[in-house]
Design a protein around this ligand. Structure first.
Ligand code: SAM
Length: 219
């Protein structure tokens, strides 16, 4: 079913490929990310053999490109739907290094085009599909197509209430036997830790950890 997720999403929501007529020149930025080389990606992709991955929070594409490379290495024909407003979180506006990457024009970020350029530069546009939406809207849109994902990576807004909302919105989209996992289960992000713990308690499932990544498996 999910082999066609890529086409289904384009046909329903875009009308044509978001890469059509995209001029990648001049828009790219080094795909700086957070922990994309953590072994969790390889381990979970190997275990779950996902046909559909949803990533909530993609920034410049580093983690999505890493997952796309792993799918290719493991000969898995999968789609990665990247959900992001590409507007950044509060921390990205406050800190100069990140603000530079937002590449503001008239006060509005140009992150999305850098993301697209990075995906094209990596040659992964057949695998990675951007969904420029809030996490909440995108969950509804994906859900409305009846799609479920074997892997969902939560790395969007790190404020506690926002993380909890992502967990609640995306858990129904995890396929049975699938996995939801995420970044920054560390003391520096108490909102992430609290939200994941509260959620795991609510659904009565254990949290596994690999370094700063958390993992919850759906029975
Ligand atoms: C930590 S970055 C993602 C990093 C990426 N996974 C990587 O490792 O390269 C968080 C992203 O979440 C996005 N974001 C923040 N709030 C969001 C929301 N409500 N809906 C969708 N995306 C959001 C930001 O625009 C930002 O790009």
């Amino acid at each position: 079913m999910t082999a066609d997720a890529y086409r289904q999403i384009i046909d329903t929501f875009f009308g044509h490929s978001p890469y059509a007529d995209f001029d990648a020149r001049g828009g790219s930025a080094a795909p700086q990310g957070w922990g994309q080389h953590n072994p969790v990606f390889e381990k979970l992709i190997h275990e779950v053999q996902p046909r559909l991955i949803v990533e909530v929070g993609s920034w410049l594409g580093a983690s999505a490109i890493r997952m796309a490379d792993l799918l290719a290495e493991q000969n898995i024909e999968g789609t990665i739907v990247c959900v992001d407003t590409w507007l950044g979180s509060a921390i990205h506006w406050r800190e100069e290094t990140y603000r530079r990457q937002l590449n503001l024009k008239n006060g509005y970020p140009r992150l999305y085009h850098a993301f697209l350029a990075n995906v094209v530069a990596a040659g992964r546009q057949e695998t990675i599909l951007p969904m420029p939406q809030t996490g909440e809207n995108a969950a509804r849109m994906i859900g409305s197509l009846g799609l479920v994902a074997e892997l969902i990576y939560i790395d969007g807004d790190h404020e506690g209430t926002a993380v909890y909302a992502d967990l609640m919105n995306y858990w129904p989209l995890v396929a049975p036997g699938g996995v939801m996992f995420g970044d920054d289960f560390v003391a520096e992000w108490p909102g992430v830790v609290r939200a994941v713990q509260m959620f795991a308690h609510k659904i009565d499932l254990p949290i596994e950890r690999i370094d700063e990544k958390w993992i919850i498996r759906k029975p």
